[in-house]
Design a binder for this molecule. Sequence first.
Ligand code: RAM
Length: 522
Amino acid sequence: MSTQKLVNQVIIRNEQFIETAEQLKPELYESIVKPSSIVDIKADPEVIHGWRSEVVAPASSLADNEYQKNDSFVLDFGDHQVGYLTINIRPAGSPPDAPLKLKLTIGEMPVEMAEPFENYNGWLSSSWLQEETIFVDVLPAVISLPRRYSFRYVKFDVIDTSPKYRVVFDRVECKAVTSANLNAVEKISHQDPELQRMDEISIKTLADCMQDVFEDGPKRDRRLWLGDLRLQALANYETFRNNELVKRCLYLFAGVPDDKGKVPANVFVAPKLIADDTYLFDYSLFFAASLYDYYFATSDLETLKELWPTAYHQVDLALERLDKNNILKDSSDWWSFIDWEQGLNKQAPSQGVLIYTMKQAIRLAEELNVPERDSLKGRLDEIIEATKTHLWDKEQQFFISGSDRQVSWASQIWMVLAGVLTKEENSKLMKRLLEENPSVGIATPYMYHHLIEALIVSGEKERGIEEMKTYWGGMIQDGADTFWELYDPKNKDFSPYGSHLINSYCHAWSCTPTYLIRKFSL
Ligand code: RAM
């Protein structure tokens, strides 16, 4: 073990765990993908973000065109890609007497081709927006772009050639990469074509996020987050079954706890494994939940034994946040994630997450036959009792959260998943939630996943399918090739970051319809 000191953080590195994770580093599958067409991006107030693409020519005609200063065109790769771009360029006309200056804009959605990145004014770094300006001194040339991109469209702006020569883009291609073995997925042919399509897009979304680790989104943050990992792993068990990758990710988190044993909300893996200095109450607990899911998917007792202390620690540390009434202390900082819904109070939903994961931890402790089982059981009963006493509002028949007694969708959903009430009461609660539609709603597919699961576990499967079709089906109608990080059908420009340009349009936490469809035979 060694220590790493950051600003407010002491990390106790477990080199043995880190080495185990290193050994599980996946091979990447590569495939060459060529663009399908040249498209125009047209303003259209009827479509999401106000822009749609329209095919003007097949991509095979590209090599017939000569381009010069101020010319521009957009290539469409026909589907979402994650990989490396190579461009073959040759000159036409006189010998090139000046370098070629070329600007490339690389995007997942038509809007990224249409709205200038210079206008971006959100609070996340603009450096996530994918663009390159390159100067080519010698032509012909084969240019391999420096980064891995996540995209469907590439816009070429020829900034300058010279009055004496033009350029031809002979060949443009992408070396697509993923650690997902596409052949490992059992094919289904669902009788409902909408669910079939949802299953396929979910799988594509997950595959594009499966790289060296389970990334949250290959455009942004390209990083391993615990909350995202939990859902990706669930979808993975039903599809690719790359269980070694889940194991690797669990060991990465367990490799960099802080000095109290807490695992971070996310980690960086390059230049070496680094714990981010963001800690979220729910995400830390999801280490235990992810280990639970992993164990019951794989029966890998060795890993359970080795990682149990880390999992137990997360629960133990979470219990420290309870007040004398056994209710979680609330605060105005970003202490728990739950969802990006503006104004959402995190107290009750986090209490739900705590109960949910305690139950899983108890089940693991039973499996291991360790003494923590009994102490956790005792605490769980007290906490459930306290939750019913202090957070259940008899009059409103809803769970309330925070000092303003907020009634949110997230609170009801997590309390249902936690099983605080009986199945019948849960079913009533979910119906009431859908009918009364409290204004503090849901902002992300991540929280929507939990809504669908809560409907299913409370016996409202049909309603779950309906909601899934409205939400993920809505994304498909709005042109999703892969499912998005954020989607609000009532406000399609929504972004918690201040601009929809920076949203990720291939985001793993959105890939769960395949899990829901396959696991619950929807
Ligand atoms: C965003 C990312 C990531 C998520 C965190 C909490 O930065 O979308 O997926 O887990 O928020």
